[in-house]
Every structure is written in structure tokens, then in C-alpha cells.
Write a protein that binds this ligand. Structure first.
Ligand SMILES: O=C(O)CCC(=O)C(=O)O
Length: 190
């Protein structure tokens, strides 16, 4: 039977501290946009997603691939971790009223597809209420709440696993989201 998700502390303390440092020095947060295969539906849509975002070039954390690759092997031992890499990284900040409705991370265009999605919790305020991370088992409308601790990562299939972030009622939550793609042999077509 295939896994629904892996939940684990995977990033080492020194890398985690570097990310926290950068998080505290973000020059400008943007309103997160919604991706849609139809370009006219792209953009900020607070009914679907409301959070602040800062996109990070994965090269900023060159060693991050190594840690997420360990999860690929745990997910399916038959996969070859070296064939995968972190192509997209975002820092997200959720405050009161922020949320992300149930969705998949599938991208339906000519870009290389997302294969695995991860969220790593960077901070949770002491007064946090709401902001739960929910995953939906395939074909099931009942969600499972995954109460990630600070430092923990959740890893799941981008195409199959519906997930959601409940509305924040109080406090704040900050996360690092990483999407893992499959390498193509011709680097120019990545
Ligand atoms: O905030 C999170 O933990 C998840 C964000 C998310 O689902 C996404 O960016 O696709």
C-alpha cells in the first residue's frame, strides 16, 4: 500500500537556523497568487488562498536537495533520488484570516511537473489557533489533520494528495514549501 505522506524532522539544525535568519530578513513579502492552467484565472484570489509569499532560488540552499532526497527513498525505494531535485522554494507567512483551500499542487502546462510537495514548519506563534495542515486520503472527503511541530517536514505526492491549510483564527505560522521535480537528461529542457 502506498504512503499518504511522510512526516519527519529532516532539515539539520544549522540549515534550519540559516532559513530562520533569512525569514527574519525578507525585504518584501508579496500576496501569494493562485496558479491555474487558464492564465485568466491566475493571480491573487483570497477566496482560494490568502498568505504572504517570498520565492527563494533553490541555489540559496544548495544542500537542501540532499535532505529531501532521503525522503524520496523512504517514499519508494525503487525511485532513484539523484534523478530528483528541488526546483521551487517559497517562504510563506500566514496571519489571522489567512488560509489555502483544499487543492492539489499539479501544474498543467509545459513546465516540468511537480512530483513531490513538502512543507516544513519554521515558526508557530504561542497563541496560534487554526492554520492546521490537512491531508485527504485518496477518494475520501474526510481530512486528516497533521499537527506538524516546528522543524518538521511533511512530504507527499504533488499530483495525488489533496491538502489544505485551515483559516488562522489567531496568531501566525510560517513555513518553507519546496517542490521536487524530476531531472531531465537534457538540462536545457528543464
Ligand atoms: O502552507 C502550507 O503548509 C502549504 C502550502 C500549500 O499547500 C501550497 O503552497 O501549495
Amino acid at each position: 500500500m502506498s504512503l499518504l505522506y511522510i512526516r519527519k524532522k529532516i532539515l539539520p539544525d544549522d540549515l534550519f537556523e540559516d532559513i530562520l535568519y533569512d525569514l527574519n530578513n525578507i525585504p518584501l513579502w508579496k500576496d501569494a497568487e493562485v496558479y491555474d492552467s487558464n492564465p485568466s484565472k491566475r493571480g491573487v484570489n483570497e477566496g482560494i488562498r490568502k498568505t504572504k509569499l517570498y520565492a527563494v532560488e533553490p541555489e540559496v540552499y544548495p544542500e537542501i536537495d540532499k535532505y529531501f532526497r532521503e525522503l524520496i527513498h523512504q517514499w519508494n525505494y525503487d525511485l532513484i533520488p539523484e534523478e530528483y531535485y528541488v526546483r521551487e522554494l517559497s517562504l510563506l507567512k500566514y496571519e489571522k484570516g489567512d488560509h489555502f483551500v483544499k487543492h492539489l499542487d499539479r501544474i498543467n502546462d509545459n513546465r516540468s511537473p511537480r512530483i513531490f510537495s513538502t512543507t516544513t514548519v519554521l515558526t508557530k506563534s504561542d497563541d496560534l489557533e487554526g492554520g492546521d495542515f490537512l491531508v485527504y486520503p485518496e477518494g475520501n472527503s474526510d481530512a486528516i489533520t497533521v499537527d506538524l511541530d516546528v522543524g518538521e517536514t511533511i512530504f507527499f505526492d504533488s499530483v495525488k494528495t489533496y491538502h489544505q491549510v485551515n483559516k488562522i483564527k489567531k496568531g501566525s505560522r510560517q513555513v518553507l514549501v519546496a517542490w521536487i521535480h524530476k531531472r531531465r537528461y537534457n538540462k536545457n529542457t528543464q
